[in-house]
Design a protein around this ligand. Structure first.
Ligand code: FES
Length: 144
């Protein structure tokens, strides 16, 4: 009975007992990663999800989008001037859903690489972040 109570409260830690191993397999989280949103929050060429990252002692704005089925994430900082791209929270794609666009002067970036494709960002690139999906969530690698 005590075992049932422990399982029903979810207090067991994956790997501590055989009963919880299936949950650990269903939602494996790599060491050195943190969840930033659910996979379903990112639709193909739809609104992005904003989050923050700690880099070199600073907390910086970042965002994730889905493009051709894959989640991509970048610092939310234009290569032209260090300003956030989205004209409204989460609006990163241009009207055609082809490029990521900076709302300030219209710099265009390739969603799959962050490379400048037009506008005043010439030669610049968005700073890519390492993300992956697992168990219905999107994770940001924070180490390694
Ligand atoms: S700040 Fe982004 S295009 Fe100028």
């Amino acid at each position: 009975m005590a075992e049932e109570e422990r399982l029903s409260t979810g207090s067991a830690r994956p790997g501590q007992s055989g009963e919880r191993a299936d949950e650990a397999d269903a939602n494996p989280v790599e060491a050195g990663a943190r969840a930033i949103c659910g996979s379903e929050e990112l639709s193909e060429r739809g609104d992005g999800v904003r989050f923050e990252v700690d880099r070199e002692g600073e907390t910086l704005p970042a965002f994730a989008i889905r493009h051709e089925g894959r989640v991509r994430a970048y610092l939310n900082r234009c290569g032209h001037i260090a300003m956030e791209l989205d004209w409204n929270h989460g609006k990163f794609f241009d009207a055609g859903g082809e490029y990521l666009i900076c709302s300030t002067h219209g710099a265009l970036y390739a969603p799959d690489s962050g490379a400048c494709r037009g506008g005043p960002c010439r030669g610049a690139k968005l700073a890519a972040l390492d993300v992956f999906e697992s168990g219905g969530k999107v994770y940001l690698k924070t180490e390694g």
